[in-house]
Design a protein around this ligand. Structure first.
Ligand SMILES: [Zn+2]
Ligand SMILES: [Zn+2]
Length: 345
């Protein structure tokens, strides 16, 4: 198949300005694979990038880090996956040689942003998948298991993020687990925890929580009423109040994983430290997903134990990115994740 010389892509041209434009189709560089993008979603981090608040991003920038597609070309030095293979993309690729990467924690790569070392943060420091084609490091690809659609495969990275938080919290079958924050990642975490035999209570507010009830065993708007009762608490809301709720929900000796507040500037005040010290709590931070977390998550999707289709609340062709963006940012019609389809007109 000959590749078109040009493609359509979302371009963040400068802070707070974007357009869908015709740009040159990327050619896969050494170690990279060219992916024909089938499905690509927007997330809250894209808002930070567009606002110019993400230091590692240089404008103009093609965003998109939650996507899937088919392999259409292999760059020099790459011998797979075969052309036509359906793949999901993991966002972080470490340099591979720093101390953290050698531990498998390439989400903590010490050479972050230094492209010359091999580090790549797809859609952040290198061009992403809100485009018809994306050149992606081969090591960032996950072949989609049989039975996983390309649309569901766009959740490859999100599922890895959610599963890694559960692994950090050592969630086990039979445990009582609280998930704070009924957004996209929180609802992946809730489903993955249930699939592993935990009993999950989802904490949040209002209509957003009510709509998410199907993904948990119980829902609650009253964390104070259940303080000190959960074996493990997973937070994906990103506010200080949510972090306080999460810490207070854990039973003595329990585990708390804080995964929501990934950006700077959210401060925690008003916590009695004895809650952690006398509570004998493990309070853990979790950012992104390291080695093979997405690979461990995809089988849950293939077995139907996790259902992301209802979380993909809206679909648009790429040309209607502006409508998709507004729908997502304003959470119109209960938007959780908004999916762009770059091959559709
Ligand atoms: Zn994201
Ligand atoms: Zn590294």
């Amino acid at each position: 198949m000959s590749l078109p010389l040009e493609m359509r892509a979302v371009v963040f041209e400068r802070p707070d300005a974007f357009a869908v434009k015709t740009v040159p189709t990327p050619r896969p560089t050494p170690g990279h694979v060219l992916v024909r993008v089938a499905a690509s979603m927007v997330c809250a981090t894209d808002r930070k990038i567009l606002a110019g608040k993400f230091a590692g991003t240089a404008f103009p920038h093609v965003p998109g880090h939650e996507f899937s597609g088919e392999v259409v070309a292999l760059g020099p030095g790459v011998d797979g996956p075969a052309i036509g293979t359906p793949v999901g993309v993991e966002v972080h690729l470490g340099c591979g040689s720093c101390d953290r990467c050698r531990e498998g924690l390439y989400n903590l790569c010490q050479n972050y942003g230094k492209r010359e070392t091999g580090h790549a943060h797809i859609g952040f420091t290198i061009p992403g998948g809100l485009a018809q084609y994306a050149s992606v490091p081969a090591a960032a690809l996950h072949v989609l298991p049989d039975g996983v659609s390309l649309a569901d495969g766009a959740w490859t990275d999100n599922l890895g993020v959610a599963l890694w938080a559960l692994e950090r919290g050592r969630v086990a079958a039979g445990e009582r687990v609280a998930v704070v924050g009924p957004g996209a990642i929180g609802l992946c975490a809730a489903q993955l925890a249930r699939a592993q035999g935990a009993r999950v209570t989802l904490f949040g507010h209002g209509e957003r929580l009510a709509r998410a009830a199907q993904f948990a065993d119980a829902t609650s708007e009253d964390p104070a009423g259940q303080a000190g009762t959960f074996d493990a608490v997973i937070e994906f809301a990103g506010t200080a109040d949510a972090a306080l709720d999460a810490i207070r929900l854990a039973r003595r000796g329990g585990r708390v994983v804080l995964g929501g507040a990934t950006g700077r500037g959210v401060e925690l005040a008003g916590l009695d430290l004895s809650t952690i010290v006398r509570g004998h709590l493990d309070v853990l931070g979790s950012v992104a997903n390291p080695r093979r977390a997405s690979a461990r998550a995809l089988p849950f999707l293939a077995r139907g134990e996790v259902d992301v289709a209802p979380l993909t609340t809206h679909h648009f062709p790429l040309e209607r990115f502006a409508d998709a963006w507004t729908t997502f940012v304003e959470r119109r019609d209960g938007a959780i994740r908004v999916m762009l389809h770059p091959q559709e007109r």
